[in-house]
Design a protein around this ligand. Structure first.
Ligand code: AHR
Length: 514
């Protein structure tokens, strides 16, 4: 796709500066060469970590918590509403210690293990391959299996693929004995996770040779076609991507990348809810730095793969703060505020621009871990502000990317990193509906803006807004609706243009009917 490149005057402010009045945004809704925004950009990640699986997704059939075959009903409903396109499992770091045979057969016979990565919790393996793949079928998403390279064998991974996908043969027979005759469809297969760290502390040369060997024996059975993903770089490790591109090349369909919005890996990462203005803007600065990281990895990939056959998959991203006081430090349970919602919105706006190469993103994680969609405690569940952003943005899934010109009104955080005060993204759905999503990151200033399309606005316009009184606002079990989307009506259509007041710290979606 030809990318629209605009020369727009960049205005810079110091941190926290006000947004602009009378801003004009141009939405090129008649552009015809738009890339489809792959729905997989809105992917999820579920790891055996803390209460992501146990208590978050799964409570077991015997539980008093309302469930369907062991899956929590409230979470199932919430996930269906999100239109989850793909879910990565069982880790993360857990994946390279996971032995799939421990998680099949009668649950009472399944061996236990210590989850040594995550708090030393005893894992009873009651949620295994069947439970995960059946969940994917129930909510209608693609499974993304993360295979064990760090401590598993080639044979173990090869047989797992056969167990899940072969229509007949010894593994299919074992699967049928465990209650599933039909093979599942499994497209995405990760060959290791963070192989530079918890996945085996390898150097990229060694990992890439190992990848080549492991993937050789992961076969296509019946009409199942695997899409193989190499374990990619952490953030700024461009050498890792380069070595993999050189040594693996076309033997992978995609290479992953992990990027967390984190203050630093040593010492406090800051509270998820108690933060000041400066920390808020610093979080945004770190979050949007992902754009330059994505660009640099893509530039390397382009050198080795100019025909764009290998995809970049951001299969872990999101905010990482200190755990909530009193919770297990190994369980990574954090609250989720309007700040997290801002990070999610700005991130999607960036992802949309790079979908020629960036084909998937999986937020960490789906429940009760890091920047999650839902938080659960006993029979209670709350939807997080991040959940609401995912729901508001799901109109962009598989829609045609529409270029938007937003004046670059930027500020810099206290680390010298720029972030936008105003941001926007747009797409057109197959029924012709134009969806525009706008973000005002300023804590104090509303923005008056005019939105001009290539043609005059003719049809009806519907709006929705996510905002709150304080940026630290969040939803808790006793007050679950502090941050929630509301109908938005503060816009007018004048001379075929939309004029709108975008409140401070808000995310607004406008749906323009044809
Ligand atoms: O998402 C938590 C952890 O972060 C994952 O297990 C690991 O891959 C990453 O370091």
């Amino acid at each position: 796709m030809k990318k629209f490149i605009y020369a727009v005057a960049a205005l810079f402010f110091t941190a926290g500066a006000s947004a602009q009045q009378n801003v004009s945004i141009l939405v090129h809704d008649q552009a015809t060469d738009g890339q489809i925004i792959p729905k997989e950009i809105y992917g999820q990640f579920a790891e055996h970590l803390g209460s992501c699986i146990y208590g978050g997704l799964w409570v077991g059939q015997e539980s008093d918590i309302p469930n369907t075959d062991g899956y929590r009903n409230d979470v199932l409903e919430a996930l269906k509403e999100l239109k989850v396109p793909v879910m990565r499992w069982p880790g993360g770091c857990f994946a390279d210690e996971y032995h799939w045979r421990d998680g099949i057969g009668p649950r009472e016979d399944r061996p236990r293990m210590v989850n040594s990565n995550w708090g030393g919790t005893v894992e009873d393996n009651s949620f295994g391959t069947h439970e995960f793949l059946n969940l994917c079928e129930m909510i209608g998403c693609e499974p993304y299996i993360s295979g064990n390279v760090g401590s598993g064998t080639v044979e173990e991974l090869a047989k797992w693929v056969e167990y899940m996908t072969a229509p007949d043969g010894p593994m299919a027979k074992l699967r049928a004995e465990n209650g599933r005759t039909e093979p599942w469809k499994v497209k995405y297969l990760g060959v290791g996770n963070e192989s530079w760290g918890c996945g085996g502390n390898m150097v990229p040369e060694y990992y890439s040779f190992l990848y080549n060997r492991y993937q050789t024996y992961c076969r296509n059975y019946g009409d199942n076609r695997l899409y193989k993903v190499a374990s990619g770089a952490s953030d700024y490790d461009y050498n890792w991507t380069e070595v993999l591109m050189k040594n693996i090349g076309g033997r992978m369909d995609g290479v992953s990348l992990h990027y967390y919005t984190v203050k630093g890996w040593n010492g406090s990462k800051g509270s998820a809810t108690q933060f000041d203005e400066q920390e808020y803007y610093n979080t945004l600065g770190k979050a949007v730095e992902i754009e330059s990281v994505i660009r640099k990895h893509i530039a390397i990939m382009e050198q080795y793969d100019p025909d764009n056959n290998i995809d970049l998959l951001l299969d872990e991203w999101g905010t990482w703060f200190d755990v909530e006081p009193g919770t297990n430090p190994g369980h990574l349970y954090q609250q989720n505020t309007m700040r997290d919602a801002m990070v999610a919105a700005l991130s999607f706006n960036i992802f949309h621009k790079y979908t020629e190469r960036l084909k998937m993103a999986n937020i960490a994680q789906i429940a009760n871990v890091l920047q999650s969609m839902v938080l659960t405690r006993g029979e209670k569940m709350v939807l997080t502000p991040t959940y609401h952003v995912f729901r508001m943005y799901n109109v962009h899934q598989d829609a045609v990317y529409i270029p938007v010109e937003v004046p670059e009104i930027r500020a810099t955080d206290s680390n010298g990193r720029p972030y936008p005060l105003l941001d926007a993204t747009a797409s057109k759905a197959s029924d012709g509906v134009l969806n525009i999503t706008l973000t005002n990151t300023s804590l104090t200033e509303d923005a008056e803006m005019t939105i001009c399309l290539d043609t005059a606005v003719k049809g009806k316009v519907h709006g929705e807004i996510l905002t709150s009184a304080d940026i630290q606002d969040h939803n808790d079990f006793d007050s679950p609706d502090v941050v929630r989307p509301m109908q938005f009506k503060d816009f007018k259509i004048r001379n075929g243009k939309l004029t709108i007041t975008l409140p401070a710290k808000s995310i607004v979606s406008l749906c323009v009917c044809p």
